[in-house]
Design a protein around this ligand. Structure first.
Ligand code: SR1
Ligand code: MG
Length: 404
């Protein structure tokens, strides 16, 4: 088996692959095992290990997506993901898995096994708290996002990166699933929780003022080549433990508005809050509320500091520009928080934080809270400039839904 021609690997193939591609692990070959551990929508993820404690994660892009056999995207996404992880590892050391190798024939990469961490969404579904998360994710975002802007980078180098990470097919998915279908169900693949069908019709499908703002945000997503963003920074793309945060799965990366990443983090913490709220877990909800505020405040402060220390563009040094720039980033963040809340609630790709709520009435209320908060985040995004403003948006939505 020389892996010189693409085929979709099974577990036994992956063992052979790891022997060939990651020999530095000094595998104990007779005890090597492999298990497919992926539960994402797109790729196949395997863990290979041996009895002597060596291990590696092998990720392969399939031609058909796991979420739907009708959807096909270029398997080059595996190269894009590998290269951005290498770059992010330089900008924010320790915050992404180490890439040992990647292979554009098999569309496969081999990376650090982060099994001493948990997937953050899974851990939060058990209502676990991670006190260092806000500080760590804000450091990661500030360094990677501000570090790849025109304000900081040599403009020619930035354009080379922009070209190398152009990602039309993955962006196309986001443009459809985040920025279009939740507002009209034009592809008839939205998953609307039946008890909320009328509510969704009234507040989303028949809401032209909202659609106007979403249209503006969509065009901004498609044209604002501000930063090299992760593009799918939800809690299923984060490994976490008490001590560290590792961001993975950046295959949707491209040069876009940095508020897209920050807003995704906030929205997914709100989903976790909803799950904790339904369970009546005050300690967990208090922690998620502090995360919402801290992620906003810390990210804003660290972006500001990074800009101060690293800005190179002469015109961006003009007094007042930094404040203007940070203001647009916070408004984009609020807008995207709303978009992610809506699309994960009514769109094609949902989140377990909501779908696993068993009590029908409680789930309907939680989903309405997400939609109400989202509308406020989108419509009033220019006013959301601090952590408290973000938290108040959630609290106001709770009151509004309970008053319906
Ligand atoms: C067709 S892929 C559906 C969703 O899964 C990914 O994680 C992205 O969030 C995408 O929108
Ligand atoms: Mg993913």
């Amino acid at each position: 088996m020389d892996f010189s021609k693409y085929f979709l690997m099974k577990e036994a193939d992956v063992i052979e692959y790891a022997k060939v591609k990651v020999p530095q692990k000094n595998w104990d070959e007779p005890t090597m095992t492999c298990k497919e551990i992926g539960d994402g929508n797109l790729n196949y993820v395997f863990k290979v290990q041996d009895a002597k404690g060596h291990s590696v994660i092998v990720k392969q892009a399939g031609v058909e997506l796991r979420i739907s056999k009708d959807m096909h995207i270029d398997t080059d996404r595996n190269r894009v993901e590998s290269e951005i992880l290498i770059l992010q590892g330089k900008l924010a050391p320790g915050y992404v898995p180490e890439i040992y190798c990647y292979d554009t024939t098999m569309c496969t990469c081999c990376m650090q096994d982060c099994s001493d961490h948990e997937i953050m969404r899974t851990a939060m579904l058990e209502h676990k708290c991670f006190p260092k998360f806000a500080d760590q994710i804000s450091t990661f975002m500030a360094q990677v996002l501000m570090g790849t802007t025109d304000a900081v980078m040599d403009h020619q180098e930035k354009k080379k990166l922009q070209k190398s990470f152009i990602n039309p097919q993955l962006c196309d998915i986001t443009e459809a699933l985040v920025y279009t279908e939740p507002y009209n169900d034009e592809m008839h693949r939205n998953n609307v929780f039946a008890p909320n069908a009328e509510f969704v019709k009234e507040y989303l499908y028949n809401n032209d003022p909202l659609k106007l703002e979403v249209a503006k945000l969509k065009m901004d997503f498609m044209t604002n080549a501000q930063s090299l963003i992760h593009g799918d920074l939800h809690t299923g793309s984060i490994f976490i433990n008490e001590e560290s945060t590792i961001v993975f799965d950046p295959e949707f990366c491209f040069y876009g508005p940095m508020g897209y990443d920050i807003g995704n983090v906030i929205a997914n913490i709100i989903f976790a809050w909803c799950n904790g709220d339904v369970a009546g877990n005050k300690e967990f909800c208090d922690w998620t509320e502090s995360v919402i505020m801290d992620v906003i405040n810390m990210t804003k402060a660290k972006l500001d500091q990074y800009f101060e220390e690293h800005v190179t563009d002469t015109m961006c040094k003009t007094p007042g520009y930094k404040e203007y720039y940070l203001g647009t980033i916070l408004a984009d963040t609020a807008g995207v928080t709303g978009l992610e809340l809506i699309r994960r609630t009514v769109g094609m790709a949902n989140v377990k934080d909501l779908t696993t709520i068993k009590d029908e009435k409680k789930r309907a209320r939680a989903e309405k809270i997400c939609i109400m908060a989202a509308i406020d985040f989108i419509m009033n995004r220019a006013d959301k400039h601090c952590g408290k403003c973000f938290l108040n948006t959630l609290k106001d939505a709770v009151k509004a839904v309970d008053a319906l």
